[in-house]
Design a protein around this ligand. Structure first.
Ligand code: COA
Length: 190
């Protein structure tokens, strides 16, 4: 099997086939899922972004996400079911910075450690294969599940912003360097 490491990250082995996370490129088969997720207001409320709400718009949106050298956009699959997406965007190749965005849209999979695992997989790709130096993200302060998940993989709070719409919500800016990621990995395997 040929694996394009730039886009596809697989965690686990045959032994873990019942508990397998896979990050892969989106396909035409995912359009229906993204459409369903676009109707979920809670996701928009937690993330601050929305999925397009028409099939054709989703196709264009996915095309733009996947044909852009400054992004890596991947579908999160758990045991062969698409459950959300994760991306590195605004990749600044010269400075080695990128922004992380993640959404497990299938809520029955929240709080099971899957988000943390998917984030770790993307960070492994970012730091060990794409050669990035620092990954940052923005998260609503009210989204403490996400803040906790980011904290578990090593992100720390760097500052605070406010977003005018909606309601001047507080946004936390968090980041993680390659050195800290490696240190977290070393500690986890010790
Ligand atoms: C944020 C997200 C990626 C996290 O993934 P996940 O698989 O649910 O998270 P994990 O299970 O790995 O970790 C969640 C942690 O938050 C904790 N948690 C859950 N609700 C919490 C709350 N209200 N306050 C504080 N901690 C909370 C969990 O107990 C767990 O911590 P623990 O492992 O120490 O017990 C996922 O929930 C998601 O995509 N949510 C919807 C979209 C979203 O919010 N995206 C982020 C936008 S910035």
């Amino acid at each position: 099997m040929t694996v394009d490491r730039t886009f596809v990250v697989v965690e686990g082995t045959v032994k873990m086939a019942k508990d397998c996370i896979r990050l892969r490129r989106p396909t035409e088969d995912d359009v229906e899922k993204f459409l369903a997720w676009s109707h979920d207001e809670e996701l928009g409320d937690l993330t601050g972004w929305e999925y397009p709400d028409e099939e054709e718009k989703i196709r264009d949106w996915l095309f733009n996400k996947t044909h852009n050298r400054d992004r890596r956009f991947l579908v999160i699959e758990y045991n062969a079911h698409p459950i959300g997406d994760i991306e590195l965007c605004n990749i600044a190749w010269r400075s080695g910075h990128a922004e992380l965005k993640v959404c497990i849209a299938e809520k029955q999979y929240w709080n099971k450690g899957l988000g943390t695992r998917a984030i770790n997989m993307v960070l492994e790709e970012a730091f060990e294969h794409l050669g990035l130096e620092e990954v940052y993200l923005r998260v609503y302060g009210k989204n403490q599940r996400a803040v906790r998940a980011y904290g578990k993989v090593g992100f720390t709070i760097k500052g605070f912003l406010r977003r005018k719409d909606p309601d001047w919500q507080e946004i936390w800016l968090m980041s993680l360097t390659k050195a800290r990621f490696r240190e977290m990995k070393r500690q986890a395997s010790a």
